[in-house]
Design a protein around this ligand. Structure first.
Ligand SMILES: NC(=O)c1ccc[n+]([C@@H]2O[C@H](COP(=O)([O-])OP(=O)(O)OC[C@H]3O[C@@H](n4cnc5c(N)ncnc54)[C@H](O)[C@@H]3O)[C@@H](O)[C@H]2O)c1
Length: 461
């Protein structure tokens, strides 16, 4: 078991308690390079993955107050996406953008060039699908760059092992690294967390998370048209492919899994689950239509996570913690939507209300304000281990549903399947990892039949 799975005081918490990284490193005799930006200097940014979230994250970065941040390089595998993102950002932040044609990079190696364009102390933003996360992060560490990377961080154990090792390396190098699990930066959820720790609802005995809606993003795919690159087509529809994203389960449900585990101060030790493909006649993606996962914590309490992508079924998008004395609504609506609230007893009735949050700040902006503040003040800030923990917990639930087996943390971490072998060597001409069959279909999970693998993974050529 990876030690970072224990919900005990982490090295990060120790660093925080002990004061500055410099003080702690002096105590521990560790030499930590000076990488933070001086208070007055401009922080340069490179954006790798210029889609919806990448553009949003760059907007958040450029909206941080104080000495300016400047976008100086962009990389994507699609020129259209890069162009669209640049145009969009220019309309909002024209004076903070300096990305001439020679610092726009198209291709799988674009991330290197974009990071090469940064001065030390700069921030690389990783907002591609997760399959590329460890590849890009490894290079950022080599270059001594700070990073903001989107969730999830891994979908298979092989990548988790790599990311845990990289997390340690980045901490040793005193890099500041934010991970886009923005619930942790919601001031409402922060207050709720502290109220729960103070015993406001008693001991947590059950939690529930729901992300149930109609079809979302690229989680449903019809057949590849058969022309152009199948690999790039899969990347553009990454929610459909487990190698690229961990599928809709990892991509959509991780926020609730992360913040419920935070409220409990623990990661689950095992998961069992149900799920199936009911309406996928014309769709070739690897997702189920519905998932119901029962996570178990070390103290035997449970967390139920339900997910569904289905037209006409009741939509639900919220999360709850049931305690021995009362109830908490964690996210009222959405990934971490306010207000959060606590109640006496188990009914969320007005007369039982104990507390309701009033903060309206945006967690997406808060996470950037806090990352940049840590860079400017050289205070410890590294969310990678926790981001991998959350991604592992999420993947355990997904694997339990896809295999029809109880999956412990050890089972997940021992799984040898590599979803994206050779991802670090891709070029724009590379074939797809997961080619379609003669009917245009891809291997899907077969619970109870494939018990150790989530799908029949083709052997690398
Ligand atoms: N925290 C959140 O609430 C939140 C919200 C949305 C998305 N996300 C995460 O952000 C990531 C991106 O999601 P999105 O919705 O922006 O997707 P998107 O498809 O809009 O953007 C992804 C971009 O990455 C590019 N890309 C893919 N592979 C690349 C590579 N190897 N090198 C360079 N560019 C590459 C694509 O061409 C595309 O432009 C996902 O991990 C997703 O889970 C997080």
């Amino acid at each position: 078991m990876n030690p970072s799975h224990f919900p005990t005081t982490s090295r990060r918490a120790f660093l925080k308690a002990a004061g500055s990284t410099a003080a702690v490193s002096a105590l521990a005799g560790i030499k930590i390079p000076f990488v933070h930006a001086a208070e007055s200097s401009t922080i340069e940014i490179a954006l790798v993955g210029c889609g919806g979230r990448g553009t949003g994250a760059a907007d958040n970065a450029l909206s941080v107050s104080g000495p300016p941040l400047k976008l100086v390089a962009m990389a994507d595998v699609s020129k259209g996406r890069l162009d669209g993102s640049l145009q969009n950002l220019k309309t909002q932040h024209a004076d903070k953008i300096d990305v001439p044609a020679e610092r726009q990079f198209i291709g799988f190696d674009g991330f290197k060039h974009a990071m090469d364009a940064l001065k030390p102390g700069g921030v690389a933003i990783f907002t591609t699908p997760l399959a590329f996360r460890w590849v890009h992060f490894q290079y950022a560490i080599e270059k001594g760059l700070n990073v903001f990377m989107e969730k999830p961080l891994i979908a298979d154990a092989a990548s988790a092992r790599k990311m845990y090792a990289l997390a340690e390396e980045s901490e040793k190098k005193n890099l500041k690294v934010g991970v886009g699990l923005m619930s942790r930066h919601s001031k409402s959820l922060q207050e709720l967390h502290s109220r729960i720790q103070d015993g406001e609802i008693g001991e947590i005995i059950l939690m529930r998370g729901y992300r149930m809606s109609g079809p979302l993003a690229s989680a449903f795919s019809e057949k590849w048209p058969g022309t152009g690159s199948e690999l790039l087509w899969q990347i553009s529809r990454f929610h459909s492919f487990l190698w690229a994203s961990g599928g809709c389960f990892s991509d959509f449900y991780i926020h609730h899994i992360d913040h419920c585990c935070w409220m409990k101060n623990a990661w689950p030790v095992k998961a069992q689950a149900v799920g199936g493909r009911h309406y996928r006649y014309n769709y070739v993606d690897q997702n189920f239509d519905s998932y119901g996962v029962e996570y178990t914590f070390a103290d035997n309490t449970k967390f139920l996570m339900d997910g569904r992508c289905m037209v006409g079924a009741v939509p639900m998008y919220n999360s709850f913690a049931h305690g021995s004395k009362g109830l908490a609504i964690i996210s009222k609506s959405g990934d971490c939507g306010t207000p959060s609230s606590t109640y006496k007893g188990q009914s969320p009735d007005k007369e039982n209300l104990i507390w309701q949050s009033s903060d309206t700040s945006a967690p997406y902006q808060n996470e950037w304000d806090e990352l940049v503040s840590a860079i400017r003040n050289d205070t410890p800030y590294n969310e990678v281990k926790r981001g991998v923990d959350a991604s592992v917990a999420t993947s355990m639930g997904r694997m339990a549903a896809h295999t029809g087996q109880e999956i412990t943390l050890e089972d997940f971490m021992a799984c040898e399947d590599v979803f994206a072998p050779g991802v670090e060597k891709l070029t724009l001409d590379s074939p797809a990892f997961l080619p379609c069959d003669a009917e245009g279909k891809y291997p899907v999970p077969q619970p109870g039949i494939l018990k150790k693998s989530e799908y029949a993974i083709p052997k690398p050529a």
